[in-house]
Design a protein around this ligand. Structure first.
Ligand SMILES: [Zn+2]
Length: 564
């Protein structure tokens, strides 16, 4: 079914509550695992309706943030979703205390029960108002950023629209575009601080009500990180600092030399080559047409997948005024349909959408037949393996998008992937400090961010920009507001994607079969187990980070980037 024909139906939460509770009662009173399994199926059907409504409302609201109807529905759903969460909590309680738990685990897998057990620790009816408030504040942040209408180059641009100018070969243009971008944030600094202040205090309050010391262990549970902890993440960040930061610094220094600049300022960073960054040739339509051909050439599975995405209108790719920023991939359960949202802006990022977000969507498509909704998506660090690896798996087709600039693109892609890792560690450490010290003032947070920035990204030079010099950069990083602690995930996945990058060079066939296994497994296992399923090594294991990154570093160092 086409996306435009999918029907949004506002959930009736009163009715849902009484029906759902009735089902849970029947479940509890059932005298066999077969009967309980039947009720699980019924419960999952009711969940499918609510999840579909939430997903459609969110997608349609981000497609046009000015749409009054979906805006109202989103507000309504934000307000009521904690009621829904309360029902799921009751269901999970019944599930994990079932006298037939063993039989049900054999039938549905242990993972569902591990997830249900951990989810219960993240919820009590006492935090329902806090959850609604948290949702409202995240929406407020999203809208504030989407409201940007910046006069630039004779046009009214949103923040994504400034993207191409920030990469301009003309230093004056990229400087003024970057200043305009952060100028918008600086103008809204107080609002951004106040939203974040409220978010931190609400999250901390919920953690205390649930019996945690602070928000950090709660955040890990909310992300269903059941097989690693903050201590392992800290050690992992240490190894990033030791191993990757020097490599990233060297890559930035190469960039400076390549550009023949005396100093590399913050507004120069997105501009990598004197001849300009590689740009996709042709229009958005051309990119999409090449995407279809590419996925047909890659495999039978990806061919079927891309036909469906395009034929059913499951991708909204081009930027427009009023559209929310960024890109994402979502899932519409009732139609078993992935959906890709992005803001094409004429940069190489447009091709990345077609590989990265399509990697997510492809995995969901491969996992669509799980009867347990919990198994459609894995946790985020595992989900990003599918997307980041797809960016590498599609390397052989980059000539079709970039023509003679394909090698330039590959060089930029690989070096960006490496340079990104310390930034990921920075965002992660920042949040650990914020939530360990929920009383920090906005000024203290700025200062702390700037100190961590110096530690992980020592090459960042903000001379001439007071807002960034004081430590304001993080306010544009939407994860910090909307999805706390969702960030180290990208670096963990990147380390796994580097492993696939090498495997695909050695033997495409066996590497593809490993990748497919991983996509098929969906969310039916925890991160470290999925890593094994995909034939990968855990980034937490000593030496794996170094080993995974070395071939990429080596490839970059033997590529003469001065020719680009
Ligand atoms: Zn992603």
């Amino acid at each position: 079914m086409r996306f435009s024909e999918m029907i949004y139906q506002r959930p009736d939460f009163d009715k849902l509550e009484s029906d759902f509770r009735q089902k849970v009662r029947v479940f509890v009173n059932s005298d066999s695992d077969a009967k309980q399994a039947g009720i699980i199926g019924e419960i999952n059907l009711s969940r499918e309706d609510v999840d579909t409504a939430m997903s459609l409302a969110r997608i349609r609201q981000t497609i046009d943030t000015r749409d009054v109807f979906y805006d109202g529905e989103s507000v309504f759903l934000d307000e009521n979703s904690p009621r829904y969460q309360a029902l799921i909590d009751e269901y999970y309680r019944a599930l994990t205390t079932s006298p037939f738990r063993q039989e049900l685990e054999n039938r549905f897998g242990k993972r569902l029960f591990a997830l249900a057990e951990s989810a219960q620790k993240t919820f009590k009816p006492e935090i329902m108002d806090d959850l609604s408030m948290e949702n409202r504040l995240c929406t407020e942040y999203m809208k504030l950023l989407a409201s940007a209408e910046i006069d630039f180059d004779g046009k009214k641009l949103n923040l994504s629209g400034l993207g191409p100018y920030r990469e301009s070969a003309d230093r004056k243009v990229r400087r003024s575009a970057t200043e305009a971008y952060f100028g918008f944030l600086a103008q809204n600094r107080e609002k951004l601080d106040s939203i974040y202040d409220s978010l931190v205090s609400i999250r901390n309050r919920m953690a205390i009500k649930l019996g945690f010391k602070n928000f950090i262990p709660l955040a890990y549970l909310r992300m269903s990180r059941l097989d690693y902890d903050a201590h392992m993440v800290r050690n992992y960040r240490e190894s990033i600092l030791k191993t990757i930061v020097p490599v990233a610094n060297a890559l930035r220094e190469n960039q400076r030399v390549r550009l023949n600049l005396e100093r590399l300022y913050y507004y120069d960073l997105p501009f990598r080559f004197k001849s300009g960054n590689p740009k996709p040739q042709g229009s958005a339509k051309d990119i999409i047409r090449e995407g279809r051909a590419m996925y047909h050439a890659l495999s039978k599975e990806t061919g079927e997948f891309i036909d469906r995405m395009l034929d059913e209108g499951l991708m909204d790719l081009e930027t427009r005024p009023g559209k929310a920023g960024g890109g994402y991939c979502s899932w519409i359960p009732k139609y078993k349909a992935p959906f890709i949202f992005s803001n094409f802006n004429g940069t190489s990022g447009d091709v990345d959408v077609l590989t990265h977000e399509a990697g997510h969507a492809f995995q969901a498509h491969m996992s669509k037949d799980f009867e347990i909704p919990e198994y459609v998506w894995p946790t985020m660090e595992a989900a990003e393996i599918h997307s980041m690896s797809m960016e590498f798996i599609t390397w052989p087709w980059m000539d079709r998008y970039f023509g003679p600039e394909a090698d330039k693109y590959r060089f930029m892609h690989l070096s960006d992937a490496l340079v990104f890792i310390p930034y990921g560690a920075l965002v992660d450490e920042f949040q650990h400090v914020v939530y360990e010290n929920p009383g920090l003032s906005p000024a203290e947070r700025f200062k702390m961010w700037r100190e961590l920035e110096r530690k992980y990204l020592p090459y960042r030079d903000f001379s001439g920009n007071a807002y960034l010099e004081e430590g304001g950069f993080w306010q544009c990083q939407r994860h910090i507001y909307e999805s706390p602690f969702y960030y180290i995930d990208y670096t963990l996945a990147q380390v796994c994607a580097f492993q696939y990058w090498e495997k695909f060079q050695e033997n495409r066939e066996s590497a593809w079969s490993d990748y497919l296994k991983l996509c098929h497994a969906g969310g039916s296992a925890a991160f470290l187990e999925l890593v094994k399923t995909g034939g990968l090594e855990s980034p937490f294991e000593p030496g794996v980070l170094e080993k995974a990154v070395e071939p990429a570093r080596e490839w970059l160092s033997r590529t003469d980037s001065s020719k680009f």
